[in-house]
Design a protein around this ligand. Structure first.
Ligand code: ATR
Length: 268
């Protein structure tokens, strides 16, 4: 990795905090981008156990050349509690996936999961504002995406989840934050909707069924996934077969990287 060979006293240091650490991908994504763009920065893995998080944050705050970090499992919730300031999406979701230190070394956090999804859709030419959306799933990712869809001004949001109470809780939280957006809990039926978004984990494994009855897919539907591997989930295969437009899961991560880089201040 050439970027780390060129590290000097002037190099800005960023982190990716996690436990376990072996699986983290952010350094492998950010470091080549720093190199390609000629940015004098490096991202290092920061391995911190949950019970030492407070100490670790105090140490990082004191490290003046440390600009901030991408945040992943299991620190997204606890790190939010330690932030001096949290952006609106982070507050709504109740978790942060990036934190930065300002000039006074105050820790500012936010969540870019949902914004990354919406930015990815827009970059592919799919505006969500003014469109009606059926969202499958109300887990962690689903929560972030529902708030971001409401923020982007969807004309209607229907949430379906296996555990109905979670869909009800999410719909009510979205409605409280965005009273102008019609949000409801419904069946896994995209009738009357322009866009179907699968935020469940159904599709990660080859033996998984479709997350809804395949006969309900239509040619005039846009079907979006957030699953990255496999790229073509069974749902996207079924949608393509019906002649529908599809949106791949990788776009959410790609655009989140840009948003997090801008937030951390490492992409000028
Ligand atoms: P993530 O952080 O990736 O969003 P999560 O918070 O565990 O993961 O959420 C997983 C989502 O997939 C949830 O909406 C979950 O439904 P429940 O809330 O009912 O658990 C959904 N999900 C996972 N496996 C499912 C299955 N076999 N059938 C239906 N929904 C499923």
């Amino acid at each position: 990795m050439a970027a780390t060979l060129d590290v000097t006293g002037r190099t800005r240091v960023y982190g990716c905090i996690a436990d376990p650490i072996d699986h983290v991908r952010a350094p492998m994504v950010f470091n080549p981008l720093f190199e390609d763009r000629g940015i004098d920065a490096v991202m290092v893995p920061v391995h911190v156990a949950p019970d030492r998080l407070g100490e670790a944050v105090a140490g990082l705050k004191a490290q003046l050349n440390f600009g901030g970090m991408a945040v992943t499992v299991p620190h997204k919730l606890c790190l939010m509690e330690l932030c001096d300031e949290v952006g609106r999406q982070g507050q709504l979701v109740g978790a942060v996936n990036a934190v930065k230190f300002d000039s006074r070394r105050r820790m500012i956090g936010d969540n870019f999961d949902g914004a990354g999804f919406v930015a990815g859709m827009r970059a592919e030419g799919y505006e969500v504002g003014g469109r009606s959306v059926l969202q499958l799933g109300a887990g962690g990712a689903g929560r972030a995406i529902a708030f971001a869809l409401a923020d982007a001004g969807v004309s209607r949001l229907v949430i379906h989840n296996r555990t109905r109470e979670k869909a009800e809780e999410l719909a009510s939280a979205v409605l409280t934050a965005y009273p102008e957006v019609p949000v409801s809990v419904g069946d896994a039926d995209p009738d009357g909707c322009d866009i179907l978004v699968n935020t469940t984990s159904i599709g990660l494994h080859s033996e998984d069924p479709l997350p809804l009855d395949g006969s309900l897919l239509r040619a005039d539907l846009l079907v979006a996934e957030i699953i990255m591997i496999p790229e073509r989930t069974k749902l996207l295969e079924a949608a393509i077969e019906k002649g529908a437009k599809v949106h791949y899961g990788r776009h959410m991560l790609d655009h989140q990287i840009e948003l997090i880089g801008e937030f951390l201040g490492c992409f000028p």
